[in-house]
Write a protein that binds this ligand. Structure first.
Ligand code: HEM
Length: 578
């Protein structure tokens, strides 16, 4: 048999025949080439990790989408098995060394760090600062909004934030009078508060989610569903455009929460369209209508910015920006507060008692407003806020960067190698080497791995604010929930302000009781309740509902932001006003 007898005879074939005869073998050859390239020829071929992950992204797809939301946990396992540097998909390297975080996300703006399309695609908002791949383009967009979220602006807008915090506390107090037997899943009120705040703060738009009977649970569910779909959009980008083109009624029938997500987006687009029309109107009362608002809005600022070229001031681009702010600003803060609520109620005689003693000293009159700067100086409150942010993780998925102008050099730090001290010495010896990652390599790290690193944070899953007092400033560099460098979370100062205000104000006036069974009414704490009622300072008692455990307040699924295990009913709390 000769070689030519194996090949199809193409001399007398029709075009269709020709296609059918050549395309499948070419595809097979191409697949073989790609497989050989990824496994043996790629600059990443020598990086340890499962061969399947190096070969195909379906490996990640399986853990992210089919299981779902488990790749972050799998990555931790892979690091235990393969060492501090691994390949998580055909083109991305993941590093677990907490000391490498500052190298990957340096503070210097001159060290170019791009995002990746894979990372940015998940938000479905290509015009937003968070979805901007290119380093310089990102800088341009970020500069146009950054002053809105500076420490000073946040402090100036304390009354805007505090008004919503007070509204939430009033609503909870009312609930404690009329619905003491109905527990509240705390994600909803906290998310309503953060949603109201970001709307009011950035867009001077009063949403009143706090006052809504369900705390606008539809908005929260829409936002969390939008994030969940993000993972799908990363792997199958065409899904995003398909869903957006479905008739709204049909979409509502297959996914009401995603429909609600798109509705939020649509309402932002409407608001910007209106502002843009007003700004360009010949009617001076319309043109200057923004001057009637309590404070300038981000949309006005962006639409009238001299620093931005016209291509950056289109309505779809600014709508993307607005939508991401709402998405980023609501559920993240709410989750950190859910964690705070669970742990403070669960540690009511220790951690909470200490916090309340500090608050009583610092805020003698609970109905008086205390400047943020004063709250930020309270050491125990500050430690609690940091501990909540550590456990809340921020983005629970990998944060990926591409250094386009330099090769990144990685040698595991001593701190990192300590995690492998139970491995055989010859294995640890193998890890002690330098890796040179060529310019253009996608490199990622995960805040979950740093936040849960036992060398940095002993007993890492425990809620222990004291670690921040004992660890001093040194420990702060390992608080990576907001990212770092020029792309660090834009809303970080706002998030801190919300946490300080709500934690201080809530725990200055609410007492904590033991966890209770259905119905919510627990034993009174005789003397204490009597004293509280007499003083008129405390407004009531909060209690965890029966069945709520730490699993409801820790990540079980990574949807880019953390969520508890599937089936969790949330951290449910009874309120009982005096
Ligand atoms: C608990 C609260 C929050 C956490 C833990 C958090 C965490 C994060 C993280 C991890 C990033 C990505 C950073 C990176 O790529 O290096 C990010 C980016 C961002 N966050 Fe937050 N966030 C929070 C609250 C907020 C709030 C309240 C806002 C609203 C203004 C916000 C707006 C943004 C924006 C716009 C970006 C993109 C920044 C950029 O690309 O330059 N976040 N956040």
């Amino acid at each position: 048999m000769t070689l030519s007898s194996l090949l199809p005879d193409l001399s007398s074939s029709s075009p269709t025949h020709l296609l059918l005869a050549t395309v499948p073998p070419l595809l097979v050859l191409y697949t073989i080439y790609v497989a050989i390239y990824r496994l043996y020829l790629s600059p990443l071929a020598g990086i340890p990790g499962p061969r399947l992950a190096a070969l195909t992204q379906w490996y990640e797809f399986y853990y992210d989408i089919i299981l779902p939301g488990q790749y972050t946990f799998k990555t931790v396992e892979l690091h235990k098995k393969y060492g501090p540097i691994i390949r998580v998909n055909p083109w991305e390297v993941h590093i677990s060394d907490p000391d490498f975080h500052r190298e990957l996300l340096p503070t210097s703006i001159n060290k170019k760090r791009h995002r990746t399309h894979f990372w940015c695609d998940q938000f479905g908002a290509p015009g937003s600062v968070v979805s901007t791949v290119d380093h310089d383009h990102h800088r341009l967009r970020r500069q146009a909004v950054s002053h809105y979220f500076s420490t000073q602006t946040v402090r100036n807008l304390q009354p805007v934030i505090e008004e919503r915090v007070d509204a939430l506390l009033a609503r909870l107090c009312e609930h404690g009078k009329t619905k003491k037997q109905t527990p509240i899943d705390m994600l909803h009120p906290f998310s309503a508060m953060a949603y109201d705040i970001i709307n009011e703060y950035a867009f001077a738009k009063t949403e009143h989610a706090i006052e809504h009977p369900t705390f606008r649970a539809d908005v929260t569910d829409g936002l969390t569903t939008g994030v969940q779909y993000g993972k799908l959009f990363q792997h199958i980008p065409i899904l995003l455009t398909t869903l957006e083109r479905l008739p709204p009624k049909f979409l509502a029938s297959i996914s009401p929460a995603y429909r609600s997500f798109l509705a939020t987006r649509m309402s932002i687009t409407q608001q910007i369209t209106e502002i843009s029309h007003n700004l360009h109107s010949s009617d001076s009362s319309k043109k200057n209508s923004h001057l009637d608002l309590s404070h300038p809005t981000i949309f006005h600022s962006l639409l009238t910015s001299d620093a931005l070229p016209p291509s950056e001031k289109t309505i779809p681009r600014i709508a993307d920006e607005g939508h991401v702010l709402i998405q980023a600003g609501a559920v993240t803060v709410a989750w950190a507060l859910v964690i705070a609520t669970y742990h403070l109620l669960n540690q009511r005689t220790t951690t909470l008692a200490k916090l309340q003693a500090e608050l009583r000293d610092a805020i003698p009159n609970p109905s008086e407003s205390v400047p943020l700067a004063t709250l930020e100086r309270l050491p125990y409150l500050k430690a609690i806020v940091k501990e909540c942010f550590r456990l809340s993780l921020g983005s629970s998925s990998r944060i990926t960067r591409v250094a386009s102008d330099e090769a990144l050099r990685f040698s595991p730090s001593d701190l990192c190698l300590q995690s492998y001290r139970d491995d055989p010495p010859q294995v640890v010896e193998k890890y002690k080497r330098e890796w040179i990652l060529p310019a253009g390599t996608e490199v990622s790290m995960t805040s979950y791995q740093i936040s849960m690193n036992e060398e940095v944070f002993p007993d890492a899953h425990a809620f222990r604010p004291e670690r921040w007092l004992e660890g001093g400033k040194e420990l702060d560099r390992y608080l990576t929930s907001f990212g770092a460098g020029p792309r660090i979370c834009l809303g970080m100062q706002l998030a801190y302000a919300e946490m300080y205000l709500i934690l201080a104000k809530m725990w200055r006036v609410w007492e904590a009781g033991e966890q209770v069974a259905e119905g919510g009414i627990g034993a009174e704490d005789g003397e204490k309740d009597k004293k509280n009622k007499e003083s008129g300072e405390m407004v009531g008692r909060m209690r965890l509902a029966e069945g709520v455990t730490v699993r409801d307040a820790e990540m079980g699924v990574d949807w880019f932001i953390p969520a508890p295990y599937i089936g969790s009913k949330g951290v449910r709390v009874y309120f009982e006003s005096y």
